[in-house]
Design a protein around this ligand. Structure first.
Ligand SMILES: [Zn+2]
Length: 475
């Protein structure tokens, strides 16, 4: 994800020549004392929690979802949803209750393996009691029929997330707690699953979503879009965008299908930035490894932030008018770091945002050369918000500028510390090892130490977990 104010700063940094002196002349406060902060410990998982220390309300233990089939009929004018969610999951232990994360909306019926089940609802939890306990190891199907007007969730620093009615259309942006506003989910990136989304909308609306567009079924008054997500996806990365979109296609490397949905008027420069997507994918494949998914594309709408929804990033029109290629690259880079490699815990979000930010700097280095890149790094180091260590944000500072910029500087400092060859081998090894899986900061540090042969505990302690910025990494 990237939000407006931060991107404005990054953009200012990107045209660094004129901005660097301004940043450098910002009044500097007395440096805060240096001290080490420790990450919050993981909590024990329970039926209604996966134990995430920042968001203990998210996720549910005792089962793993294999596939979600979401059948949605949407009345755009009234923002009303009529849905059936069919969830195929495997029990890890014998379950006499099944918890799902689900907010608002009215439930009509719940079944487990075709048998009607009773349920209760408590603050964002749907608790289902099957007629008989679900045996450990059993692959079962939960079906929930529901309807109503979705209620967005409040989120510090962003406003509202989840299913949003935008006036002219509908948009889902769920990071990190919004998926439960539109479907019952095991809403934590630890439990990724494949998806089928069948979205019926009135003409002339178009329903964009994740993955491959398998089919469009058209009647005189409605269209049903069938989307298939064939690589595992975290629930917060599932999206639906319903606008009278214009669609266009591009061919990515190796024939990768790229399908874009443009919901706003764009000037030629913004279109040109989007058109570089295949070249950017090729750049990341060369530097990191193969593109992780079945398709890609952008959904361009008016929103105050952008989000790396899997295989189809939501890109803010405002971002495309400003930093353009940086935002296209930032959300694309998340497909590798954030989406294919998912967080095991939300407090490690620098593994998403620091990486996406640094990769957008590397794109600038690739296009504009080492001098411009060097200016970006130096100007970023002067940013006035870097005292906060990026490795231990709270739920309210998940999208703090330091997570992005000091996160990216951490990677740059690592590159200076181990050299270019080892640095890129670290990124490649880390990606190859954890593709379609989960990561922690400890996993990344272990790969960095293994590949470089260096002991890096103190290095990461000072960049990620110590208040006060470490010395500038001079090459
Ligand atoms: Zn991001």
């Amino acid at each position: 994800m990237i939000k407006k104010q931060l991107l404005a700063l990054l953009f200012a940094l990107a045209i660094s020549g004129c901005v660097l002196p301004q940043l450098a002349s910002l009044p500097t406060a007395t440096p805060p004392p240096t001290y080490v902060v420790t990450p919050m410990p993981t909590l024990p998982p329970t039926a209604g929690s996966l134990g995430d220390p920042l968001f203990p309300q998210l996720g549910n233990a005792g089962y793993a979802v294999d596939h979600y089939t979401l059948d949605l009929t949407v009345d755009v004018a009234t923002n009303t949803l009529t849905s059936t969610a069919t969830i195929r999951a495997q029990a890890d232990l014998t379950l006499d209750r099944l918890h799902l994360d689900f907010h608002g909306l009215t439930i009509e019926e719940v079944t487990i393996d075709g048998e009607s089940a009773v349920y209760t609802r408590e603050e964002g939890e749907l608790i289902i009691e099957p007629a008989a306990p679900i045996a450990a190891g059993h692959l079962f199907t939960a079906t929930i029929r529901y309807f109503g007007q979705p209620e967005p969730q409040p989120l510090a620093m962003l406003g509202e997330i989840g299913w949003l009615h935008m006036g002219e259309g509908i948009l889902v942006v769920s990071q990190p707690t919004g998926a439960g506003t539109w479907f019952p989910a095991n809403d934590h990136p630890q439990d990724k699953a494949t998806y089928t989304l069948r979205i019926t909308v009135p003409q002339p609306y178009v329903a964009a979503s994740n993955g491959l567009l398998a089919e469009v079924i058209e009647t005189e008054t409605e269209r049903t879009y069938v989307w298939e997500v064939i690589n595992p996806m975290a629930s917060y990365l599932a999206t639906v965008a319903i606008y009278p979109f214009e669609m266009n296609t591009q061919a990515g490397p190796g024939g990768l299908p790229i399908l874009n949905f443009i919901g706003v008027e764009l000037p030629a420069e913004a279109v040109a930035a989007l058109e570089r997507t295949p070249e950017m994918i090729e750049f990341l494949e060369t530097r990191i490894g193969p593109y992780p998914f079945e398709s890609y594309g952008a959904i361009v709408v008016d929103l105050h932030f952008s989000l790396e929804t899997q295989t189809r990033s939501i890109i803010s029109r405002g971002h495309l008018l400003g930093p353009r290629e940086e935002v296209v690259m930032h959300e694309l880079a998340h497909q590798w770091f954030g989406n294919s490699l998912s967080l095991a815990q939300w407090q490690d979000i620098w593994l998403n945002e620091g990486f996406a930010t640094y990769l957008s700097w590397l794109w600038t280095e690739h296009i504009h050369g080492p001098e411009v890149f060097d200016n970006i790094v130096r100007a970023s180091y002067q940013a006035p918000f870097l005292a906060m260590p990026p490795g231990t944000p709270s739920a309210d500072t998940l999208f703090h500028g330091s997570v992005y910029v000091r996160g990216a500087l951490t990677l740059h400092a690592l590159r200076v510390q181990v050299g270019d060859e080892a640095f890129f081998e670290i990124l490649q090894t880390y990606y190859a090892r954890y593709r379609d899986s989960h990561v922690t900061t400890a996993d990344f540090i272990a790969v960095a130490e293994e590949v470089s042969g260096q002991s890096l505990a103190d290095f990461f302690q000072s960049w990620l977990y110590t208040r006060g910025v470490p010395p500038f990494p001079e090459r």
